[in-house]
Write a protein that binds this ligand. Structure first.
Ligand code: RAT
Ligand code: ZN
Length: 400
C-alpha cells in the first residue's frame, strides 16, 4: 500500500453510501422536493442562527418569501459577518464544490449562477456516491402521503420509512385518518394496526421511526399502542428507529427552527431492548450528554444499533470525539452517519464534511494497530468502509 492516509481517503471517497435518515423527496414529487441555493439558505439551522444573531422581527421574517429570506440570510450571515458556524460552512462547501465564486456577490448573482447549473437529484447522488436514501414519510399527513399514489420515481433509490410521531402527539387526528381508510375494526389498537398494514403495502417502508422527548421515553412502554406496534414491526421484520432527546417548541415563534434538546433517561431504552428482544431498535440521541451511555448500551443489547450524529450532534468537534468513542467501544458495529438533509443540495456538504472526519479518525486507528504489527490491507480497509457506509445499514434493515 502506498500511503495509508491517502489510501483511506480514496477508499472513503469511492465507497457507495446508504443514507438512512433524510427528509428528502424525489424530484417527481414537486410539492415536497426541495433543491437549489434559495432552499439551502432557508434551512432552519441557518434561520435559528440568523434570528439569534440579529434583532430581526421573527414574525415579520416568517412573512417574507423564500427568496427574500434567503437574501437576508446571505447578507447577514455571509456578507456582514464571517460564515464560520457549521451550518454556514456547509453553504460554502456547496458553493465551492460547484465552483461558484461567491465572494463579494449578492444573493441574486449567486442564485442566477447556481440556477444555471440545473443540478438534478440524481446528479447530486452521483457526485457524493449515494446509492440509496431513506425518506421520512408521515402516513398521517394526507397531502404528503400522495407521494405513494403515483410512484413515478425510483423506489430503489428513495426508500420509505413510516414516521409515527403523530400517534404520540396528535392521536385524535390519527384515528380520524385511520377511520377514513379502514372500515372494519374491533378497537383503536386494531384500527391503527390495520391502517399500518395498509400504508405498509403502499410504501414498503424499511423501518418505522419516532422522535421522543424525555417524558415520552419514560412512558413509552406504558403507551397503549406501543406494544401492538412493536409486535407489528416484529411481524414485518423491520426496525423501530428512535430519535431520542428532542424538546419541541422551545421557542414556538421560531417554528421549525425552535426545537431544542431535552433531558432523557436511557435506562428506559435498555428496558425497551430487553422487553422487546425480538425487535430491532435503531437509535440516535440528540444530546452530547447521552452519547457515552448510549454507546455502552449498544454493547449490551444485540438488538440495538446506533446510527448517525443527529442534528445538534452533527458538529465536527463532537463527531470526532464520539466517533472515536464508538470505535473504541463497538469496533465498526454501528452506522456512523446519516445526512438528515432536507434539501438535496445539502448532501454536497453533509457527506463530505463527515468523510473528512472519518478519514482522520480511521487513520489514527489503523495506524495504531499497524504499530502493533497488524498488517492492514487495502481490501480490508475497503471492506470496513463499506460496512460503515452501506452493509451495516443494509443488514440491520434486512435488505437484500
Ligand atoms: O434535523 C432536522 O432537520 C430536525 O428538524 C428534525 O427533522 C429531525 O431530524 C427529525 O427527524 O425529527
Ligand atoms: Zn430528521
Amino acid at each position: 500500500m502506498k500511503n495509508l492516509k491517502q489510501t483511506i481517503t480514496e477508499i472513503i471517497n469511492g465507497t457507495e453510501i446508504f443514507d438512512i435518515h433524510t427528509h428528502l423527496f424525489p424530484a417527481a414529487f414537486k410539492k415536497y422536493h426541495l433543491s437549489g441555493i434559495s432552499e439551502v439558505l432557508n434551512y432552519h439551522y441557518l434561520i435559528a442562527e440568523l434570528l439569534t444573531t440579529t434583532n430581526i422581527n421573527v414574525k415579520n421574517f416568517y412573512k417574507l418569501t423564500k427568496i427574500e429570506k434567503a437574501n437576508i440570510i446571505w447578507e447577514e450571515l455571509f456578507k456582514k459577518r464571517t460564515p464560520i458556524s457549521e451550518a454556514c460552512k456547509g453553504v460554502l462547501t456547496i458553493l465551492s464544490e460547484l465552483s461558484i465564486d461567491y465572494m463579494f456577490k449578492s444573493f441574486d448573482e449567486i442564485n442566477t449562477e447556481y440556477s444555471k447549473l440545473n443540478l438534478s437529484d440524481l446528479q447530486i447522488f452521483k457526485i457524493i456516491k449515494i446509492s440509496k436514501i431513506v425518506m421520512t414519510n408521515n402516513p398521517f399527513d394526507k397531502s404528503e402521503w400522495q407521494l405513494f399514489k403515483n410512484k413515478n420515481w425510483d423506489t430503489n433509490k428513495y426508500l420509505a420509512s413510516l414516521r409515527l410521531d403523530d400517534i404520540l402527539i396528535n392521536l385524535d387526528k390519527c384515528l380520524d385518518i385511520c377511520k377514513e381508510n379502514i372500515n372494519n375494526f374491533d378497537n383503536d389498537n386494531d384500527l391503527i394496526i390495520k391502517y399500518l398494514d395498509k400504508v405498509y403495502e403502499e410504501s414498503k417502508p424499511v423501518y418505522a421511526a419516532l422522535s421522543l422527548n424525555g417524558l415520552q421515553l419514560n412512558s413509552f412502554l406504558k403507551n397503549k399502542f406501543i406494544p401492538d406496534i412493536l409486535k407489528w414491526l416484529e411481524r414485518k421484520n423491520i426496525p423501530l428507529s428512535l430519535l431520542i432527546g428532542v424538546r419541541r417548541n422551545v421557542n414556538k415563534d421560531f417554528l421549525l427552527a425552535g426545537d431544542g434538546i431535552d433531558r432523557i433517561d436511557l435506562r428506559h431504552l435498555s428496558e425497551i431492548c430487553n422487553q422487546y428482544s425480538n425487535n430491532k431498535i435503531l437509535c440516535s440521541c440528540l444530546s452530547f450528554n447521552d452519547q457515552h451511555e448510549l454507546t455502552v448500551l449498544a454493547r449490551k443489547h444485540q438488538n440495538l444499533k446506533i446510527f448517525g450524529f443527529w442534528w445538534f450532534m452533527n458538529q465536527p468537534s463532537l463527531i470526532k470525539l464520539i466517533l472515536n468513542l464508538r470505535i473504541e467501544l463497538l469496533g465498526l458495529n454501528f452506522i456512523p452517519q446519516h445526512s438528515d438533509a432536507r434539501v438535496t443540495d445539502q448532501l454536497l456538504y453533509k457527506w463530505p464534511h463527515f468523510k473528512a472526519l472519518l478519514s482522520k479518525v480511521l487513520y489514527n486507528h489503523y495506524n495504531d494497530i499497524k504499530l502493533k504489527n497488524f498488517k492492514i490491507s487495502e481490501n480490508q480497509i475497503s471492506d470496513d468502509v463499506s460496512k460503515l457506509f452501506y452493509i451495516n445499514s443494509k443488514n440491520f434493515l434486512n435488505l437484500s
